[in-house]
Design a protein around this ligand. Sequence first.
Ligand code: CP
Length: 311
Amino acid sequence: MKNLLSAGQITRELFKEIYSSALSVRKALREGRKKFSALRGKCVVNLFFEPSTRTRSSFEKAGKFLSADVINISTSVSSVKKGESLVDTVKNLDMMHPDVIVLRHPCEGAPHFAQKFVRAAVVNAGDGRHQHPTQALLDCATLTEHFGSLEGKRITILGDIANSRVARSDAILLKELGAEVFIYGPSPMMPRVPEALGVKKLNSFEEVREVSDAVILLRIQLERQNAKKTFPSIREYAELFGINRKRLKELRPETVILHPGPFNRGVEITGEVAYGDRSLIFPQVEMGLAVRMVVLSLLCGRLEKLKEEIQ
Ligand code: CP
């Protein structure tokens, strides 16, 4: 695999390899081992045209833990501000011989386009509403660890599906791993053709309760909403679609809650649910670091080296 651009590239076999390696990496990190040499001599560039906390910092930590040189480019203080294009930016960075460029961009397809102009491997760290493949990896890894297997599991993605790259990426990989995927949320936030995503639309919270082994909550993507308002008010959204203590009790007791973050407290989730014992939100973040260490090693042809090191 030269680049990681879409969750559609991840087969069951590849997921199994990434998942088992990520568990070993996480165990090593939990034991306090924080320096590995697998990417010594390699260089990772983080190029983010949109804000990020988890993805950017975990790719940075992943590169540093693996002994790569890591360059972080914040576009707000780069020559992008002077009008430099995406292609010119990545072409110039590529001339500095990075091995991986991790790219987040508001436009769908930007990483697919950029990879044509560079020698470095490109990781899509989120492109508009389209894809976020490492989020799908970490979500499916977290769920696989919780359930043992995703075969036959029923997962509901709840919220602003139409604007969500997480929903699109998760749906692809969850199905590849044998799960059944449902969506629920306000009608204007639903995709026009749910079947095109291979998911089934639910029509009530009672149906969510009935089917869900896990619920993945999504943030309302205000930055991607068009001028037409797609919901009446935040308060009404929270009442009808948010998960608070009362709503959590309405779900089956074994149903777990995930969220890619950042979550908006009191809108799609309350603080007590996010920090509660049925939440996998913080395990997701820890898994994200391990998964990204594995992905960087894989793209640099150093996964075997990393596996030897963490044995
Ligand atoms: N889940 C996720 O992509 O979070 P960030 O936007 O903070 O990277």
